[in-house]
Design a protein around this ligand. Structure first.
Ligand SMILES: Cc1cc2nc3c(=O)[nH]c(=O)nc-3n(C[C@H](O)[C@H](O)[C@H](O)COP(=O)(O)OP(=O)(O)OC[C@H]3O[C@@H](n4cnc5c(N)ncnc54)[C@H](O)[C@@H]3O)c2cc1C
Length: 334
């Protein structure tokens, strides 16, 4: 497919903001793509788009490599509205001759990407694992609760990917220059198929599990709602989030927003600490992209130990307070 006489090959990364702050998951998509710049076809350029407010003076320092980030600060874009977001993204895709559009796999992109794929006549590969050879139109994705990795390939000139995570967490990021440009979409729509009636903000002072670099998750082995106080404390010491297995959510000990697994959230932290979680396949489906996994369980045969890098066989009520103490001492000395 061509735009004018230019063969399309460039890449557009959607940098999703909420309240003016770009989501860490989107920043990781940008940096992940820059880290595999060596496999980009020809001289493909990387573009980004922030739709809505941007109140992050240090964003430039968080984005690696060379690229141009467009910012459309239109009030219409402050809150998600699919028609307005489609308008700005479609315009930029054409303007910069992009054949690849990348999203972090978030609740917003799960709504927006399929709509865009129809509007742009583009293939959509969703929930792709980060390591897949993106530029060859291939997407690897765990299916059947993570027991099988399916490989999908796009037969289209334009492809949209949503990336489950970039949990490769590239260690060396290419240096470069990021240029910020303001943008104003020309297309104005009065088509509002859905409007926001009420905005509910969850205030918990900690990152969402889907974005956290460190997660301390508890299962039924915690014994009750009140034991999660220990996990809150450990998460606070480490600057992480609290997660939960489905049994815990079903018991009503923790909110569904914290559930990890097949019917919860897929997470990609650098460190995952599983406390009193058996490691059922449906739970493991949500932590496939986690970096280091530590498991604490009093059953040495618990399946979670097959996924763990480090295992502690013991009672959570003894082990966790000890770990909290050790971390506090360690961080005090730093
Ligand atoms: C369609 C479907 C979808 C599902 N989706 C999900 C999902 O998204 N996420 C999810 O998590 N599950 C999901 N499940 C449920 C899943 O199959 C398991 O039932 C669930 O993950 C078990 O949760 P658990 O490990 O907390 O509890 P349990 O299986 O009861 O395990 C508790 C563990 O704690 C250990 N333990 C007990 N006491 C202590 C102690 N004092 N100290 C240390 N360890 C202790 C035990 O040895 C045990 O290993 C799904 C199931 C189905 C059928």
């Amino acid at each position: 497919m061509t735009a004018g006489n230019v063969t399309m090959k460039n890449i557009l990364v959607f940098l999703e903001q909420r309240n003016g702050i770009v989501k860490q998951a989107s920043i990781e998509v940008w940096n992940g793509i820059q880290a595999c710049a060596g496999s980009k076809p020809g001289n493909a350029k990387v573009f980004g788009i922030v739709a809505g407010p941007l109140e992050q003076g240090d964003l430039e320092g968080m984005l690696s490599g060379d690229g141009v980030v467009y910012h459309d600060a239109d009030d219409d874009l402050a809150l998600y509205n699919s028609e307005n977001y489609i308008a700005v993204i479609s315009e930029l895709i054409d303007k910069e001759s992009c054949s690849t559009l990348l999203f972090a796999d978030t609740a917003l992109s799960r709504d927006l990407a399929p709509r865009l794929s129809i509007r742009l006549q583009a293939a959509l590969l969703s929930g792709c694992e980060p390591e897949q050879p993106l530029f060859k139109g291939i997407c690897r994705r765990p299916v059947y609760s993570g027991r099988v990795i399916a490989v999908y390939s796009a037969q289209s000139d334009r492809t949209i990917y949503t990336l489950a995570s970039t949990a490769g967490h590239p260690e060396t990021l290419p240096e470069g220059k990021i240029v910020f440009k303001s943008y104003k979409k020309s297309y104005v729509t009065d088509l509002h198929p859905a409007s926001i009636v009420r905005k509910v903000v969850l205030i918990q002072g900690r990152p969402d599990v889907a974005e956290a670099r460190i997660i301390v998750a508890g299962g039924r082995g915690m014994g009750g709602r009140e034991s999660f106080g220990m996990l809150e404390e450990l998460a606070e010491v480490l600057g992480g989030a609290v997660g939960a297995s489905r049994s815990v959510v079903d018991e009503g000990w923790r909110p569904h927003a914290e559930q990890i697994g097949q019917t919860g959230k897929a997470v990609a932290p650098a460190l995952y600490i599983a406390c009193g979680i058996s490691g059922a396949v449906q739970h493991l489906a949500g932590i496939g992209a986690a970096g280091t996994v530590v498991a604490i369980n009093n059953d040495p045969h618990a399946p979670i130990f097959t996924r763990a890098d480090y295992g502690i066989v013991g009672d959570v009520h003894t082990v966790i307070p000890n770990i909290i103490g050790e971390f506090r001492d360690f961080l005090k000395k730093k």
